[in-house]
Design a protein around this ligand. Sequence first.
Ligand code: RUQ
Ligand code: CUA
Length: 662
Amino acid sequence: MGTRNRVLLGVAAIAAVTVGLWACGSTGQGGGALSTADAAQAVYVAPGQYDEFYAFMSGGFSGNLTVMGLPSGRLLKTVPVFSQFPENGWGYNEDTKAMLMTSYGFAAWDDSHHPELSMTNGVPDGRWIFINANNTPRIARIDLTEFETKEIIEIPNSAGNHGSPFITPNSEYVVATTRFSVPVPNRDMSISEYAGNFKGMLSFISANDPGSMDVAFQIIVPGYNYDLAHAGKGPSDGWMFFTSYNAEEAHTLLEVNASRRDKDFVAAVNWRRAEECIAQGAGSMMPARYTHNFVGPDHIARSTMKESVRVIEPSQCSGLVYFLPTPKSPHGVDVDPSGEFIVAGGKLASVIPVHSYQKMLAAIEAEQYEDVVDGIPVLEYDAIIAGEVQDPGLGPLHTEFDGRGYAYTTAFISSEIVKWRLSDFTVVDRIPVYYSVGHLMIPGGDSAEPWGKYLVALNKITKDRYLPTGPELAHAAQLIDITGDKMRLLLDFPTMGEPHYAQAIPAEMLMEKQVRLYRLDENTNPNATRSEADTRVTRSGRRVDVYMTAIRSHFAPDNIEGIQVGDTVYFHVTNLEQDWDVPHGFATLGMETAELLIMPGATRTLVWVPNRVGVHPFYCTDFCSALHQEMQGYVRVSPRGSNVPLAWGTGGELRTQPIAAQ
Ligand code: RUQ
Ligand code: CUA
């Protein structure tokens, strides 16, 4: 046996031991035996072949979205959303900086949790995907013909935008909940005055009209922690269900103080009723500053500030909100494909409670209330419960559906996926996952018509699953085949950041409509240069504008003189290519920002303030052609006040702008 084989065996042996250690509490059964060869076959995508699904994985604390292929688990793209992304200049260049503006100022980072595909008739339609920013509350819309973030709306009166951006069946709204209740309006007050003064907010954002995302209305609710949400569908279309915990209204050591009651609430909101009440004048406009950022047809992002938002109190609109008592500190709330069952994952509960939509309606009709809180009726638990899933694993969190009558719930503490039957709430299979699974994702698994072939477990803890890489390990996803009676583990694959949640859609729904290039004759960017003949450099006081083009394999101009230390130099670079997959990059020595990466036919602007005298090379950063290494240029930087005239050119004499004209 060669050394290499011995090493591999050694690694395998260690892995086997540590798996034993970390498979804490998993019940051991399940995971229908599958040979390695069978599993490999099931996930193998031959060279040149495509994956069956696009999977959109939230980037978690990377703030972005990653696109992976299923079943291969291959990384296809990172779409920057809420965090600056130096790889393509997102949030660094002049054209995209405005996307990261908030009412607090420029936010370079956020924490994204839940990608949600746009829907038509309760089924993902592949137009857009939305994703939330948790820290500075925002929702983004990403266009799925370009895989680019096009719009971001900030959510006022909110803090910790966790239960977001769950979508209604025809994309009328995406929602946002405040995980952290805060004073509304936010003001200087003692934290000890929490009870009664800190409020929750359930926000409905109109989503179906690109360029016009806005907070349609907010519903003010008691000061609990609002965690997750899902829309009703089919018969329950028109309702949105939100989990809450901390009905104790604790403001310190929630670990203990928010776990005292044995039930918290699912808030059921009748959003059609909200529309009626608003039409009749309910609610009022409250001053609130929040940004709306949008990339226009010229590919330039602009940020505008909104000044007010409509807020409704449940007492102003009867029949708007009901509380469904739910054990215990519920986390996920998921609605089955039929729209009848509302499944809540009680982190500390020993069963999975399944509420019935029909029973809920009947209980509302019969006024079967056990209490009323801040004008919100609390329905009787026994009147609305359809059933409880027994032995669901420890720490049930999230549930998705396969469209064939089964539900799949993650159990965080016992590290397993539990499969149960919707007809009788009986557990029929379970499979251990490695380790500590949060969300799971079945393509279309929260929709009216799941593509129930695969399940992806999104695990929080990796430990020994991959080659160790120092203290920080990539998060681990696991692909599971759910086509048979027994779930079968197929593949482990690493992910970027923390993919809290993911969604997936069949490849054929997106691949044909991908934009391959931007047409130069449709480039409306005011700084575009559509031909080399138009390239130029202008000075106005201390500001210099360089109108530059890039094409295989040169920049025009590629020699520039007459720049002075302390000038503000705008490089407006247009990529003249009209061919798929030929971006050019741009970077210059000593710049204090990220590169430009310019798609074919597009224009991007980079700002540089040279701070020392000398000749500064610039170059193309993306290997675009055989002569990519020749794709370079020089900027001469002279001392401030120098009499070197502004001059530029490519391949010949420099053209000069006389000093007098400068
Ligand atoms: S959740 S911590 Cu989606 Cu289970 Cu964010
Ligand atoms: Cu252009 Cu490399």
